[in-house]
Design a protein around this ligand. Structure first.
Ligand SMILES: Cc1cc2nc3c(=O)[nH]c(=O)nc-3n(C[C@H](O)[C@H](O)[C@H](O)COP(=O)(O)OP(=O)(O)OC[C@H]3O[C@@H](n4cnc5c(N)ncnc54)[C@H](O)[C@@H]3O)c2cc1C
Length: 418
């Protein structure tokens, strides 16, 4: 069979949020690229469907009109104004994402079924600088000299694509990390999650607060209830894989048991209907710094293990890492330097400078969640103390304040009401 030869500057494998984020900014910088995905869009992705301010920030930077489109599309996107933490003892604490809300303030977060979000992002990649192959099969990846070659088949045609740079945006089970980098030998910290769509669930907040229920049997993981447009909800559980293995937990049974019997949760599901199969997928957590690049390649999103260890948020970090990878690429093109040493400085170091603190705090919080009594204590104090609630609310945007959560002095101050 004849093999078609294509040349470009960047090959991106994966057209989820990480791949789309990379593509948006490569287009902004005038860099030609080819995006390859094995699926055909719209495609589903198992997820909680909750997007934080970071997702909105990157989309807005890519194109403010796109964010306006999202905020105006009530059928697919539901604005969310806060989060409800339910402590292991069942007490609920409502924390708004912002304390300065006016009628003009856009909602800091939103929920959207991934099938809709990823399709929205996929369609926005369209540009004369971006060639997309969906439903394509990548057969080989190799590096020769200072070039990467990707062998691919698409609609029965074989291609060999050559470029100085390859971006692995191919998710948790990605092939770039495995085949190309040798990073596969670095152990990942995994969580596993289940997702179910329900209709007819009651007791959802009027401001669409997302809910995290820290049930004792799931610590340091949680059960979530995220309201979606059309009165639907995304319900799921997320927990460390290691805990599932050690305690031999049947996650599906555990989730359905909570839905049936938990005194806070069960009554709300009395007339709710499961809409689809319950599905599971892994979350590669950013528990510690890992190499994200090497000669002629960078990893983004889940392929780079960038899921927030506390919140389980990965969409925002996938888009954000894509944006930073494109910025690094702009410098690499200017300097014609695609070496591991250059990319470590231009990409890895920049990413960890911007996200490192946040990820370190989240990793520490994730560990603290093992202590039920501490969780109950903070939530119970905050329910009674408006100033503590405000402090926790401000932690969504103020990293120094959030860092307090790692320090014993924060808990002592609460204890003595200072
Ligand atoms: C149960 C669960 C709940 C979650 N809840 C949330 C949440 O509420 N909010 C949040 O922000 N994050 C959440 N996450 C994390 C979030 O889903 C991921 O972090 C996010 O999808 C990462 O985006 P990505 O682009 O890196 O990878 P993906 O979204 O996985 O996209 C990767 C793309 O690469 C393609 N691909 C893979 N292999 C190949 C190949 N060999 N060839 C070609 N293409 C390939 C895939 O088809 C896919 O389109 C959750 C995850 C799970 C599992």
């Amino acid at each position: 069979m004849a093999v078609l030869q294509l040349d470009t500057t960047v090959i991106i494998i994966g057209a989820g949020p990480a791949g789309a984020g990379t593509s948006f900014f490569l287009t902004k910088y005038g860099i030609p690229h080819i995006v390859i995905d094995k699926e055909t869009f719209p495609r589903d992705k198992v997820c909680g469907d909750a997007c934080s301010g970071k997702t909105a920030l990157v989309i807005n930077r890519a194109n403010p009109e796109w964010l306006a489109e999202i905020l105006g599309d009530a059928q697919s996107f539901l604005p969310s104004w806060g989060i409800t933490f339910v402590a292991p003892d069942g007490k609920a604490l409502d924390i708004p994402f912002t304390l300065q809300r006016t009628p003009e303030t856009p909602a800091p977060g939103f929920t959207v079924p991934r099938i809709a979000l990823d399709d929205f992002l996929f369609r926005k990649m369209t540009s004369p600088l971006c060639t997309i192959f969906e439903g394509a099969t990548v057969g080989s990846i190799e590096r020769t000299g200072d070039l990467v070659k990707v062998g691919m088949t698409h609609n029965g045609t074989a291609y060999e694509i050559t470029a100085p740079m390859l971006i692995g945006a191919d998710g948790d089970k990605g092939i770039v990390r495995k085949k190309f980098s040798g990073l596969d030998t670095i152990p990942k910290t995994y969580a596993v999650g289940l997702r179910a769509y329900y209709e007819g669930l009651t007791g959802l907040s009027k401001d669409n607060f997302i809910e995290l229920h820290f049930l004792p049997e799931l610590l340091p993981g949680y059960l979530w209830i995220f309201p979606l447009p059309g009165g639907k909800a995304n319900v799921g559980v997320g927990i460390l894989s290691e805990v599932v293995r050690k305690k031999k937990i049947n996650l599906r049974e555990q989730m359905l048991h909570a839905i049936k019997t938990n005194p806070q949760i069960a009554p709300r599901f009395a007339h709710a209907k499961l809409q689809d199969k319950i599905q599971g997928w892994g979350l590669p957590l950013a528990m510690e710094r890992q190499p994200l690049s090497g000669d002629n390649f960078m990893l983004t999103g889940d392929a780079a293990c960038l899921v927030d260890p506390f919140s389980g948020e990965g969409i925002g970090n996938a888009l954000y890492s894509g944006m930073l990878a494109a910025m690094a690429m702009q410098q690499a093109v200017e300097q014609k330097n695609y070496s591991a040493a250059f990319l470590k400085t231009a990409y890895d170091d920049v990413l960890y400078k911007r996200l490192g603190d946040e990820l370190r705090i989240s990793a520490a919080l994730h560990k603290l969640c093992r202590y039920q009594w501490l969780f109950n204590f903070v939530v119970n104090k905050a329910i009674k103390s408006p100033s503590l609630r405000n402090t926790i609310s401000a932690m969504f945007t103020n990293m120094d304040l959030r860092d307090q959560l790692r320090k014993p002095s924060f808990y002592l101050k609460i204890l003595f009401n200072r």
